[in-house]
Design a protein around this ligand. Sequence first.
Ligand code: N2P
Length: 371
Amino acid sequence: MKSPFHHLLVLASAVALLAGAGGARAQEEEKVLNIYNWSDYIADDTIANFEKETGIKVRYDNFDSNEILHAKLVAGKTGYDIVVPSSNWARMQIQGDLLMKLDKSKLPNLKNVDPAIAAQLAKIDPGNEHVVDWLWGFTTVGINVDKVKAALGGTLPDNAWDLVFKPEYISKLKSCGVSFLDSGDEVVPAMLHYMGKPRVTTNAADYNQALTALKAVRPYVTLFSSSGYINDMANGSVCLALGWSGDINIARQRAIENKTGQNIQALIPKTGGLLFFDVMGIPKDAPHPQNALKWINYILDPKVDAGLTNKVFYANPNKESKPFIKPEVANNPTVFLPADELAKMAGTADALNNEIRRLQNRTYTSFKTGL
Ligand code: N2P
């Protein structure tokens, strides 16, 4: 005999079923994805192919510094579904509860991620729960080979950092245009590293020394730029840049394609550049988190990741993408660093905090403004 509660049970499960269906419906998002990424950091067809594949319309905005992205994330309600901070900044954002945990069941392509890269990122995101590598590269020195050699009388210094940080070199290059990245978290750690100190430190005396050394080269910096310097190098109006590895390679490529006659080269400093990993994350208050997961999974397709690297000359984390990378890109040691060079790079394990950011900002602003 059926229990007197039978009808009640049937009713309860029917309600549960309906609620479940309603929940699923509520999860279906409008077909929009808002992305905030660095400029010059994507292939021509990456967005169009995603839109075709998913029917999701992408709105794509650019930034040029972690400082700007971080300020927006802290303020909240950015409207963005995907953001791409560098990993040392992502650590602060994860600790500040600004990024969502990823639903890995929606990311089958995580299987393509090189375990060595995942291990690197686990240092700032234990368990790889919040972020996935977009691309990685290093902060370094780029030159117009012919102009720099001519200005220096034929020879380059042994350590490429000398070009930007030693007055005897940079003073000779001012007349052909010198650009520095417009970010305290680039210029200050680069100088600290050049001086043989950790790129991230809380020692105020180190920052004072860095500032003194930076002030000595300030008269020779003609431009502060984190994106425009690409075209300036390509067309010959900047001959020396403290910039990013891939961007300098983009300048090289543009010079070749536009036949500007400029021979641009990214250098690998003898003492190593500053390694960075830029990572995809989903803001805690993202309006379209499901679409964001679809984007991350799409990017981790081997061909899509290879397309990024082929276009912007930064390494991707995808171990299955190698066969799709053009030989001239695969063989470029400033894209895929040889193991001995990689070992020399100043790593990213020491994340930032607000105290370090204050020290960096104070040093950088004083350097830039001369006050
Ligand atoms: C994009 C360069 C981004 C590298 N053009 C710095 N994280």
